[in-house]
Design a protein around this ligand. Structure first.
Ligand SMILES: [Fe+2]
Length: 83
Protein backbone atom coordinates (compact mmCIF):
# COMPACT_ATOMS: atom_id res chain seq x y z
CA UNK A 1 0.00 0.00 0.00
CA UNK A 2 1.30 3.40 -0.96
CA UNK A 3 0.72 6.22 1.50
CA UNK A 4 1.14 9.81 0.35
CA UNK A 5 1.48 12.62 2.87
CA UNK A 6 1.32 16.15 1.50
CA UNK A 7 2.72 19.06 3.52
CA UNK A 8 2.64 21.88 0.98
CA UNK A 9 5.32 22.38 -1.64
CA UNK A 10 8.81 20.95 -1.28
CA UNK A 11 10.05 18.57 1.42
CA UNK A 12 8.31 15.32 2.23
CA UNK A 13 5.09 16.11 0.37
CA UNK A 14 6.76 16.44 -3.00
CA UNK A 15 8.73 13.26 -2.33
CA UNK A 16 5.48 11.42 -1.64
CA UNK A 17 3.86 12.71 -4.80
CA UNK A 18 6.89 11.74 -6.84
CA UNK A 19 6.80 8.25 -5.35
CA UNK A 20 3.10 7.96 -6.20
CA UNK A 21 3.77 9.07 -9.79
CA UNK A 22 6.54 6.48 -10.09
CA UNK A 23 4.17 3.85 -8.77
CA UNK A 24 1.83 4.67 -11.66
CA UNK A 25 4.68 4.60 -14.21
CA UNK A 26 5.81 1.16 -13.03
CA UNK A 27 2.25 -0.11 -13.23
CA UNK A 28 1.98 1.22 -16.80
CA UNK A 29 5.34 -0.33 -17.77
CA UNK A 30 4.19 -3.71 -16.46
CA UNK A 31 0.94 -3.47 -18.40
CA UNK A 32 2.47 -2.37 -21.70
CA UNK A 33 5.31 -4.86 -21.36
CA UNK A 34 2.85 -7.70 -20.81
CA UNK A 35 0.64 -6.75 -23.73
CA UNK A 36 3.73 -6.35 -25.93
CA UNK A 37 4.70 -9.92 -25.07
CA UNK A 38 1.28 -11.10 -26.21
CA UNK A 39 1.63 -9.10 -29.42
CA UNK A 40 5.00 -10.75 -30.07
CA UNK A 41 3.50 -14.19 -29.55
CA UNK A 42 0.76 -13.31 -32.04
CA UNK A 43 3.34 -11.85 -34.45
CA UNK A 44 1.53 -8.50 -34.51
CA UNK A 45 4.52 -6.44 -35.62
CA UNK A 46 2.76 -3.08 -35.83
CA UNK A 47 1.33 -3.50 -32.33
CA UNK A 48 4.75 -4.55 -31.01
CA UNK A 49 6.23 -1.35 -32.42
CA UNK A 50 3.56 0.88 -30.93
CA UNK A 51 3.73 -0.86 -27.55
CA UNK A 52 7.52 -0.66 -27.51
CA UNK A 53 7.39 3.11 -28.11
CA UNK A 54 4.76 3.51 -25.41
CA UNK A 55 6.74 1.33 -22.98
CA UNK A 56 9.86 3.42 -23.65
CA UNK A 57 7.94 6.66 -23.04
CA UNK A 58 6.83 5.34 -19.66
CA UNK A 59 10.40 4.28 -18.89
CA UNK A 60 11.73 7.75 -19.76
CA UNK A 61 9.14 9.36 -17.50
CA UNK A 62 10.19 7.00 -14.71
CA UNK A 63 13.84 8.00 -15.20
CA UNK A 64 12.90 11.69 -14.98
CA UNK A 65 10.91 11.05 -11.81
CA UNK A 66 13.86 9.16 -10.31
CA UNK A 67 16.12 12.13 -11.02
CA UNK A 68 13.53 14.50 -9.56
CA UNK A 69 13.01 12.38 -6.45
CA UNK A 70 16.74 12.34 -5.72
CA UNK A 71 16.78 16.15 -5.73
CA UNK A 72 13.60 16.39 -3.65
CA UNK A 73 14.82 13.86 -1.09
CA UNK A 74 18.09 15.77 -0.63
CA UNK A 75 16.04 18.94 -0.12
CA UNK A 76 13.82 17.15 2.41
CA UNK A 77 16.85 15.79 4.28
CA UNK A 78 18.33 19.30 4.43
CA UNK A 79 15.02 20.66 5.74
CA UNK A 80 14.92 17.99 8.45
CA UNK A 81 18.52 18.53 9.54
CA UNK A 82 17.87 22.28 9.95
CA UNK A 83 14.71 21.86 12.04
FE1 LIG B 1 2.86 7.17 -17.66
Amino acid sequence: MLKVIVHGSGGYGSGGLTAAAQHVEHYEMAGYGCVRSYARLLKEREAVGILTRTYNEEKETDKKLTKLSKAINVEAADTKSKS
